[in-house]
Write a protein that binds this ligand. Sequence first.
Ligand SMILES: [Zn+2]
Length: 91
Amino acid sequence: MSPIKLLVLAILLYLGYRLLTGGKKKDKAERPAAPTEQDDAPIVDVLVEDPVCHKLVPKQQAIRLQHKENIVYFCSEVCCNRFVSQEGEKE
Ligand SMILES: [Zn+2]
């Protein structure tokens, strides 16, 4: 076998190898994209009124206090403590 034929054979083998591996990569690229995680429902934030300073606070961030039958929401622990002490004075 002449060296040129060997070289051609090597190139053909290399090209065949490239086609095999390259073909697999192309198949992966043509797969449908994974569903994005952007279709999560947006968090609907409800505003609740702080009974101490009457500020409107997003419910998710508000300080919660179980008060008798109701849950009361506060903008901060300061307002919560003030509310508790005010309720204590009433009784
Ligand atoms: Zn407040």
